[in-house]
Write a protein that binds this ligand. Structure first.
Ligand SMILES: [Zn+2]
Length: 408
């Protein structure tokens, strides 16, 4: 028996794949559409093997044929794509002060999108309850049943033990320590597999599937906001390390005489170059009367943010420019070490502070070029995130899609 929208009742069984089927589905998902010939070439299976695997997936409505593609000399090949209507996924990007969410089909097409302020210092029940409300609003607008949601991807601003989906000693959100996020959604979305990951990893996944990282095997995504973190894409996949916390570069020491970080150590990059120290330096300059723009802003608001510094810099304020350049120089110095160590093809810079734009970017580029080895920078590109504010939510959608199928 089938439900409306062509979703089989026992969809969980539908989502169990043989190894070869899983490889075909993953390849199609990454590319958007592929022909049988593309699949045979890319996966190294025989043509007959691909034909029968594809046939099985077509019969189960997991993939569909979507018209002819570009001819490569002969007949135009039939292209295959995932069946977008097989199910739906919810992507959630929780920032320290914001909640971004989206609903997408199985092709990763965004159907609904929302953005609102949030406070991660609140109790997890409150924040997760709001997430549930928003997701249900999405479904209601699209006339989709909660049972049709087969995956939920959640990015959170803290260290996540990936296997359990639990936050471990999260400095920004202490009340979430070991809170069972995955279980919270079970009653409302019984068919959904919930995947929780660090926000920076999620952004890197967004760029990998839908942004400037598409088709690039080895790249880094640096988020500069309240903290500084790094998502590592290695051989076309996110690299989480042994416990899930790879890429926590914000606590690399860049000055043994530096200020105390909230982690308890001194001179961490995060304590010297992220949003709060940028704002603190600007407030100090304002108080000393070094910048009229910043002094006026401080008098009006009582406190400054990195955004104020960025706006001051945009008016040509020299002090603000210098603060941004200094932050870029420190981040670039750390990145030079990562480039020597990891040899990525691309570094993407995202997060709130990256909105200070090209001044920050050029300071980072200069520092990396000055300090990295010649070979490692010859074909290295350093750019701003191509997805901007959507990186996290798009990444959360693709994170969910990575886990909706189970491999036998
Ligand atoms: Zn630290």
């Amino acid at each position: 028996m089938a439900l409306a929208h062509g979703i089989p009742e026992n969809h969980q069984r539908t989502l169990v794949l043989e190894q070869a089927e899983a490889e075909v589905v993953a390849a199609i998902r990454e590319a958007g559409t592929l022909s049988r010939t593309d699949l045979a070439r890319q996966l190294g299976y025989s043509r007959s093997n691909i034909t029968s695997t594809v046939q099985g997936l077509l019969e189960r409505h997991i993939i569909t044929e979507v018209g002819p593609g570009e001819s490569q000399g002969g007949r135009r090949p039939v292209m295959l794509s995932l069946n977008g209507k097989l199910g739906y996924v919810v992507g959630i990007d929780l920032g320290a002060t914001s909640l971004d969410m989206a609903l997408a089909d199985f092709n990763g097409h965004l159907l609904e999108r929302s953005s609102e302020p949030a406070d991660v210092r609140d109790a997890p029940e409150k924040v997760l309850g709001r997430m549930t409300e928003i997701a249900l609003e999405f479904l209601q607008r699209r006339r989709i049943q909660p049972e049709q949601v087969l995956g939920i991807g959640v990015g959170v601003p803290g260290p996540v033990q990936f296997s359990s989906g639990l936050l471990i000693a999260p400095p920004l959100m202490p009340r979430w320590e070991a809170f069972p996020i995955k279980d919270f959604f079970r009653d409302t979305f019984p068919a959904a597999r919930v995947v929780v990951d660090n926000d920076v990893n999620v952004m890197a996944i967004g760029e990998l599937y839908a942004g400037a990282g598409k088709g690039i095997d080895n790249f880094l995504f640096i988020k500069i906001g309240t903290g500084i973190g790094c998502g590592i894409i290695c051989k076309g996949q996110i690299y989480r390390g042994s416990d899930g916390c790879a890429g926590d570069v914000g606590h690399i020491c860049i000055d043994y005489n530096g200020p105390v970080c909230h982690c308890g150590n001194v001179g961490c990059l995060e304590a010297m170059a992220a949003g709060p120290p940028i704002a603190a330096r600007a407030e100090e300059a304002a108080r000393r009367g070094q910048s009229e723009f910043l002094a006026q802003r401080l008098a009006a608001k009582g406190a400054l943010t990195a955004k104020d510094v960025s706006e001051a810099a945009a008016t040509g304020d020299q002090v603000a420019n210098q603060i941004i350049k200094e932050s870029g120089r420190m981040i670039g110095g750390m990145l030079a070490g990562l480039v020597n160590f990891y040899n990525p093809r691309l570094i993407l810079i995202g997060g709130g502070v990256s909105k200070t734009g090209y001044k920050l970017l050029s300071a980072i580029r200069q520092a990396v070029l000055r300090r990295s080895t010649a070979l490692s920078t010859r074909d290295l590109h350093i750019d701003l995130s191509s997805l901007g504010d959507d990186a996290g939510v798009v990444g959360a959608i693709h994170l969910a899609l990575e886990y909706v199928f189970t491999v036998k």
